[in-house]
Write a new protein. Sequence first.
Length: 117
Amino acid sequence: METNDAVTALSALAQETRLQIFRWLVERGPRGAPAGEIADEMGLPGATLSFHLSQLKQAGLLSCVRDGRSLIYSANYPAMTDLMAYLTENCCRGDETACGPTPSDAAIVAADATQGD
């Protein structure tokens, strides 16, 4: 990921409503949600939602497909992964073991610990 792309993505996420929308869409998974459902969930009028979705889409963080008359938005997982990799690529001067477990590693460890019970 180029620095300019990272700045654009981080700028889009540096606003409370857009961050909430993006996180909610990440939870929804690859199937995403229609704009109307997002508006209902977030309690936003259509024009406001459209503005925020546009910002996230321009930053490359959302994908959008038309399904009949609906626009279905979903998180762009490869872009999210690229951003996370960009942010952590020089973590602890390249010593990945010094950075500690990632959130997903911690979840795996926790799941393994509960299965032993």
